[in-house]
Design a protein around this ligand. Structure first.
Ligand SMILES: [Fe+2]
Length: 110
């Protein structure tokens, strides 16, 4: 997708669920969505993932635990956006991606 002139984006999807992985017998990744953010070409690519507010698996996730600071983990948690919920249809989450600066989103490849 391409952002609008103000940098906003929107997509509608089924909320993913957690999935098991082989780190231990009962290890689960928190529900997440992977993002690949492109500039003008493939050489300008930032990779990150968003989690969902309130998911207790974030605290237990060994991958999230490798992120250097709590603020950086927080930068990956999409917040419930109830003002944009579709009544009786869909919940909305807001995930702001900040490219640079003190509040920059944590990128896996930066
Ligand atoms: Fe994944």
């Amino acid at each position: 997708m391409i952002t609008d002139d103000n940098g906003y984006y929107f997509f509608r999807t089924i909320k993913p669920g957690p999935y098991p992985w082989g780190n231990s017998a009962n290890a689960w990744r928190p529900a997440h969505i992977h993002f690949s953010i492109m500039g003008d070409g493939w050489a300008q690519r930032l990779i990150t993932q968003s989690y969902f507010e309130g998911d207790p698996l974030i605290e237990q996730c060994p991958i999230a635990a490798t992120i250097p600071s709590r603020d950086q983990v927080r930068s990956l948690i999409a917040q419930a956006d109830t003002a944009n919920d579709a009544p009786f249809d869909a919940r909305a989450y807001r995930f702001d991606i900040t490219l640079r600066g003190r509040r920059a989103t944590f990128f896996e490849n930066a």
